[in-house]
Design a binder for this molecule. Structure first.
Ligand SMILES: [Zn+2]
Length: 134
């Protein structure tokens, strides 16, 4: 690339983006006049070598734990929250079903009492057998 990064306008940048990626992905130089960086000093107007010690920590900071840890924690809490919500929903559903069944049960009990009464009237001995079965 003949033109310096420092002198590029947005049209140059768009046209040479592929080359720019390669120039700035692992920069060795920083421009002391405009703070752009590149791995080729001819791409900067006032290139300054970036010391190796300064280069490494930056890469480490980006690639290593803190960021990914935070995102994992976020994911975990999100997941937990989702699970709690899901459980809540299930619980509510179960409670509703329980109430419905209880209602049905009461109705059936009333019906059973009626039938029992009728049985008692028509066949007391049958009712006794029925009781023994329970
Ligand atoms: Zn510059």
């Amino acid at each position: 690339m003949s033109k310096r990064l420092c002198k590029m306008n947005h049209r140059d940048i768009r046209a040479g983006l592929g080359q720019i990626h390669q120039l700035v992905a692992q920069p060795k130089f920083v421009c002391s006049s405009c703070a752009r960086s590149a791995n080729d000093k001819s791409s900067l107007c006032k290139p300054c070598l970036i010391p190796e010690q300064a280069r490494k920590p930056i890469v480490d900071m980006v690639s290593l734990a803190p960021k990914s840890q935070v995102s994992v924690e976020k994911n975990v809490t999100k997941k937990a929250l989702k699970q709690v919500k899901k459980r809540d929903k299930k619980l509510k559903k179960m409670l509703k079903a329980q109430r419905k069944l209880l209602k049905k049960h009461r109705k059936l009990e009333a019906k059973l009492a009626k039938v029992d009464k009728r049985l008692n009237r028509y066949a007391p001995q049958l009712d006794q057998a029925n009781l023994a079965m329970h």
